[in-house]
Unconditional design. Structure first.
Length: 166
């Protein structure tokens, strides 16, 4: 099985917040990856060295300062009545609404959804704010949400191509 039921996710309560309701239709598009699939995703697209954002190190693209362009505040907007993502994020991520996105908490906890669903229930996702990355499928732009109430936007480096023999 590639996914686990949302109700079985370790932090499913974040998607049941009465103060931040999510439509049943959107809930069907919030798909936690099974541990094995999440591990493959993390190792392939985030880091094969560490298992959590707290431990990124040299060789991990999120560790490189060259990845990150700007920083902003998410927590003040999260605490407000405003339901929109911070403007810097929406300016940076100009993806079509149907873009598949991955909210990557750590090596074993990755949630797949669409950009539209993430935008509409980002406050629910950010109950999990311990450094997760928001990555778009086949997209270079990325966002990291930090537990101090800030985020940073950036661009993943181009994948290295293997050297061809001469």
């Amino acid at each position: 099985m590639s996914y686990t039921a949302l109700e079985e996710h370790k932090k499913a309560w974040v998607f049941r917040q009465q103060s931040l309701p999510i439509s049943d239709e959107d809930k069907t598009l919030i798909r936690p990856m099974a541990k094995e699939r999440a591990t493959v995703f993390w190792n392939s697209f985030v880091s094969n060295q560490v298992d959590h954002p707290d431990f990124f190190k040299k060789g991990d693209w999120p560790f490189s300062q060259a990845t990150w362009h700007e920083q902003g505040q998410w927590e003040s907007i999260w605490d407000s009545e405003d339901s929109e993502l911070p403007e810097l994020i929406t300016q940076h991520l100009t993806w079509p609404n149907n873009t598949v996105v991955y909210f990557s908490n750590d090596r074993h906890h990755v949630i797949e959804t669409t950009w539209q669903v993430f935008k509409s229930c980002w406050k629910n996702f950010l109950f999990m704010d311990d450094g997760p990355l928001l990555i778009g499928k086949k997209r270079d732009q990325v966002v990291q949400f930090l537990s101090n109430g800030t985020f940073r936007v950036g661009t993943k480096p181009a994948a290295r191509k293997p050297n061809k023999p001469t």
